[in-house]
Ligand binder design. Structure first.
Ligand SMILES: [Zn+2]
Length: 199
């Protein structure tokens, strides 16, 4: 039994993930999936993806999502009189709990400048972009020095440098969550969580 819930609809789900990753107009390189066997070789899919293009698109797309999450929250926080611009992406972790439950955590900086000042200062933020049952939602908050909130999604993928707000409010994932494309070289044999995609 697949612990991550990918028994059905893998091809559709994978195509959607690629679109989210910047392949908005071109998923034609994807091979046809054998519907009878409902199986596809993930190594084959990886070979078909231009890795440089993926990274370049990924950074652009992720930075835009961070800025969007910040902008939505900034409106709520009434930041009138303060000028903002995106700084840099520090850390990110994309978690897939099931085909209709995905969430992405980010640490990034926003540069800000007050009034007529010429001095830009940088602040570190946490953002969550999650999509549950097709509904996308955004969360963003300023990180404090001592923030150390827990997250299974990031921890189980060894993303330890990503800080979460201690006050919570974000989605942590369940204890068995894993990256479904983990291969043998990445797999931690000491772990007993059985996180291998079973398609
Ligand atoms: Zn996280």
């Amino acid at each position: 039994m697949d612990p991550c819930g990918f028994d059905d609809g893998f091809d559709e789900w994978f195509s959607e993930m690629l679109k989210l990753g910047g392949y908005e107009d071109d998923v034609s390189f994807l091979p046809e999936v054998d519907q009878e066997e409902n199986s596809i070789d993930s190594d084959e899919l990886y070979d078909l993806i231009d890795k440089e293009k993926t990274i370049e698109n990924g950074f652009k797309w992720m930075s835009e999502e961070c800025l969007l999450a910040f902008t939505i929250s900034a409106e709520k926080l009434h930041c009138e009189g303060i000028e903002h611009k995106f700084g840099e992406l520090h850390s990110q972790c994309f978690s897939v709990e099931s085909h209709d439950k995905i969430f992405h955590h980010y640490n990034f900086t926003i540069e800000e400048k007050h009034g007529n000042s010429d001095v830009w200062t940088s602040k570190l933020y946490f953002a969550e972009v999650k999509q549950f049952s097709g509904v996308k939602s955004f969360l963003c908050c300023l990180l404090e020095q001592n923030d150390c909130g827990h997250c299974y999604g990031c921890k189980n993928q060894d993303v330890y440098d990503l800080k979460h707000p201690s006050k919570g409010g974000y989605y942590e994932g369940h204890s068995g969550i894993c990256w479904p494309f983990m291969d043998e070289t990445d797999y931690d044999s000491d772990s007993d969580d059985g996180c291998v995609l079973g398609y």
